[in-house]
Design a protein around this ligand. Sequence first.
Ligand code: ZN
Length: 122
Amino acid sequence: MSAIDADRFRELLEDERRRVVAAIDNLHAEHPGSMRDESGEDAVYDNHLADTATETYDRELDYTLEENSGHVLSDIEAALKRIQDGTYGRCTGCEQQIPEERLEARPWATLCINCQRTREGR
Ligand SMILES: [Zn+2]
């Protein structure tokens, strides 16, 4: 008697996974060697390369920084697995149903807002 439409969230997650995978590919393709700066400035700041890249991709792709992408990707995989297992949408902290609007914003969420806040210690 799940209130969650798992199929819909599976589609959301699969879309998101495609985007993240594409973003990771993109990062790997653009990073090595010649740094192309899309802001139009010449990328001559060798010692600031990481910062420059971070800012560029941060602006363009939001959470798709390389390390975050890997993190989100494994979260997405885990969420897809939970859909298969039939445990999707349940908070791993308190076992309550995670509100659907939270899942729409973060389909890979494993904690409800309350548990998330508790976990973060705020
Ligand atoms: Zn909870």
